[in-house]
Design a protein around this ligand. Structure first.
Ligand code: GTP
Ligand code: NA
Ligand code: MG
Length: 294
């Protein structure tokens, strides 16, 4: 492997936590305070991933549609996440889904940061959260453990700079590298069929650069990149390392967690996808034959 082209790439951070503990609010607050003001105002569309800048360095965030999707992506090898943030509401504390998230996060092997949200509330209780997490082998650094706990408020913005600086610190330790000159590889975070646009895939670039006109295979789907929009909804010509945006041009909707890979020609892309689709169909068929024989 020629490593001479390798560069440091931005970290990809996935936010997880119990329902209503403030994952989306926190992401919205980070985004609105860190994206150039002229651009932030007009954004209304739902986005599941975006990149911000802190101290001149980029960070890409992913809002989990649920940890089922997170696990599905890991199972498919689309391990986009470098760092996990577990959000725990300071008034609610650890809840059933928090426990599930803890085990998923631990299984991922990623560094974990705990964001204790809703610290603006009178009923907020950081010590309670720390104690509950310590019981689950998530002992805070200031209690002699190795997990950073950052108090934040998605409403007031308190603690957000702390959280971002902490992410950058963790990223530095991870020494994340990738090769912008490599064949492009991007993970699908979500995908859907949109009226008038066709299959639309939201991706995060893991290696190489995704460009307009690229021939791509994505699991059993294929196509040529005919449009890219960045995380602000603006048309762009390319997406760089760890950047996120939507891609148009696939013939069908790929599954979340599928890996998009650049190919040398449209024929190559079509052949690979077609073979995979046939293989998948044959497998389905043999399964249903077995069932009917039983
Ligand atoms: P799901 O995606 O449904 O699991 O929820 P979520 O974790 O994304 O939480 P969401 O951002 O939807 O917030 C849930 C509720 O908590 C909303 O009513 C928010 O306004 C509120 N909330 C979120 N963050 C804060 C905070 O820092 N302080 C206070 N006081 N309320 C918050
Ligand atoms: Na919610
Ligand atoms: Mg949410």
């Amino acid at each position: 492997v020629d490593i001479s082209h390798f560069v440091t790439r931005p970290p990809v951070v996935t936010i997880m936590g119990h329902v209503d503990h403030g994952k989306t609010s926190l992401l919205d607050k980070i985004r609105s305070s860190k994206v150039a003001s002229g651009e932030a105002g007009g954004i209304t569309q739902h986005i599941s991933a975006y990149t911000i800048e802190q101290s001149g360095q980029k960070i890409t965030f992913v809002d989990t549609p649920g940890h089922a999707a997170f696990s599905a992506m890991r199972a498919r090898g689309a391990d986009v996440t470098d760092i996990v943030i577990i959000v725990v509401a300071a008034d609610d504390g650890v809840m059933p889904q928090t426990e599930e998230v803890i085990s998923h996060a631990k299984a991922s092997g990623c560094p974990i940061i705990v964001a204790v949200n809703k610290m603006d509330k009178e009923t907020a209780n950081m010590d309670m959260v720390k104690a509950q997490m310590a019981e689950r082998e998530m002992t805070p650094v200031d209690w002699g453990g190795d997990v950073e706990f950052i108090g934040v408020s998605a409403h007031t913005g308190m603690g957000i700079d702390d959280l971002l600086e902490n992410i950058l610190l963790q990223a530095e330790i991870l020494e994340l590298k990738a090769d912008p000159k490599a064949k492009v590889k991007a993970a699908v975070v979500e995908a859907s069929l949109e009226k008038g646009r066709g299959p639309v895939a939201t991706v995060i670039v893991q290696n190489g650069i995704l460009r307009l006109g690229d021939n791509i295979v994505c699991d059993t789907t294929y196509g040529r990149v005919k449009a890219i929009t960045n995380d602000l909804g603006k048309p762009v010509k390319e997406l760089g390392l760890s950047e996120t945006g939507t891609v148009l041009g696939l013939n069908e909707v790929p599954a979340a967690g599928a890996i998009m890979v650049g190919q040398d020609s449209d024929k190559e892309a079509r052949d690979i996808a077609t073979k995979r689709a046939e293989h998948a169909r044959a497998k389905e068929l043999s399964k249903s034959t077995k069932v009917s024989l039983e």
